[in-house]
Ligand binder design. Structure first.
Ligand code: PLP
Length: 399
């Protein structure tokens, strides 16, 4: 018999979740994630996936994954502190090169990479300065760094960061200070102010950690990310990223110096006390993805051509796309009901899937659907979507 207190807790939580309708229906994908996918048994145009470069079902990557399974097997059966596959070592090196760093240490997810990267580096007496809108995994990674001081500065407000670093100079004097930020913010699609941040880091004796989850494959001339975008090579100490978005596979990493790599392999608890590492198939497919990103710059070009076109057209129809500077383009409608209705009608009437977001994921009054443009969306698909948005947007009095 299960414990009564435990059962009561779960029942109350589930009842409350059902009452609020949070993630009430999770759509089921019956095939690859592409621009058109089978969702709940029906083919729809997907306009909300982080599959920025269209690599999630790339045949070359799938073959590379299969080849790696043939050579190394399906899984691992041990931690990398005990034995490490050569393909895992190779991926760490290749990812490091891709991010313009010495090395990148891979973790099973981006979420874990933030834990595994922030926590071991920040020790009691250190201080973390964090953007108020940083991703949950950044916030949770900072929370694990016990005994550290915390500064939360206003979103993208470099003056506020400057003032708060100035005010805390005395308390920070003995320990290290980390300035940490998402580089592309996942709900609004705006970009961190890295050059100003680098100046502030120099001025206030701090170092920088960026979460490049939505920037890798997206920002920079070759899709290298935020450091490439701002031409800030050698000025950012730690760059975290995910493989589950533009790279099209799964996993996360922390890129930096050889010393950082050596240290994390021996001191990062999520790395050390786990046998959950990237499988040979994931390593093989990911290395192929890096090769494709390099070999096919057209994907990156298409991503930005599509993004500019779609954003411009939405704007000229009168939709509020907020402060987006990237392929993450929210359509802000202001009430949870309108956001839900827009998403529902697009799905049911127009066979377009875009998710709705409300509080607590976004601030109250900024309820939205979040479109995400990918490189492999065709012009026809985007035109079709724009017509559908206009029709339903008008009927809901959004435009
Ligand atoms: C900004 C940001 N950081 C980190 C993560 C976590 O990465 P992953 O999905 O690989 O766990 C996400 C995922 O949604 C994200 O948006």
């Amino acid at each position: 018999m299960a414990n009564a207190k435990y059962e009561k807790f779960l029942k109350e939580q589930v009842d409350e979740l059902k009452r609020t309708g949070f993630l009430a229906h999770i759509r089921i994908l019956g095939g690859p994630n592409s621009t058109k996918s089978i969702l709940d048994g029906k083919e729809v145009l997907v306009l909300c996936a982080n599959n920025y470069l269209g690599l999630a079902d790339n045949p070359e990557m799938m073959q590379a994954g299969k080849d790696a399974i043939d050579k190394y097997g399906a899984g691992m059966g041990t931690g990398r502190g005990i034995m490490s596959y050569e393909i895992q070592e190779e991926l760490d090196k290749k990812l490091g090169e891709f991010k313009g760093a010495d090395m990148a240490l891979c973790f099973p997810t981006g979420y874990v990479a933030n834990f595994g990267g922030i926590w071991p580096v920040m020790v009691p007496g250190d201080t973390i300065a964090s953007d108020e809108l940083n991703h949950a995994s950044v916030i949770d990674g900072c929370r694990m760094a016990k005994g550290t001081g915390r500064i939360v500065y206003k979103h993208l407000d470099m003056e506020d960061l400057d003032n708060k670093l100035k005010e805390s100079a005395k308390e920070r004097a003995e320990g290290k200070t980390m300035i940490i930020t998402d580089s592309v913010f996942s709900m609004d699609g705006d970009i961190c102010k890295l050059p100003e941040m680098i100046e502030l880091a120099e001025k206030h004796d701090a170092f920088i950690f960026i979460d490049d989850a939505h920037a890798t494959g997206v920002l920079g001339k070759t899709g290298g990310g935020t450091v490439e975008h701002f031409n800030s090579h050698g000025k950012v100490e730690m760059v975290m990223g995910t493989l589950s978005k533009a790279i099209g596979t799964v996993g996360g990493y922390v890129a930096g110096s050889d010393d950082l790599y050596y240290y994390l392999r021996r001191r990062s608890r999520p790395y050390l006390f786990s046998t959950g590492f990237l499988s040979p198939a994931v390593c093989g497919a990911t290395m192929k993805a890096l090769e494709i990103v390099h070999r096919e710059p057209q994907r990156h070009q298409n991503l930005w051509d599509n993004t500019k076109y779609f954003k411009k057209e939405l704007g000229s129809m009168g939709f509020n796309t907020g402060v987006s500077e990237t392929p993450i383009i929210p359509i802000i409608v202001g009430t949870p009901e309108k956001a839900q209705e827009l998403s529902k009608r697009l799905y049911e009437e127009e066979e377009i899937y875009v998710q709705a977001f409300s509080f607590p994921i976004v601030p109250r009054g900024t309820d939205r659907i979040r479109t995400i443009i990918n490189a492999h969306h065709t012009k026809d698909q985007l035109e079709y979507a724009l017509k559908a948005f206009e029709k339903i947007g008008r009927s809901l009095d959004i435009i």
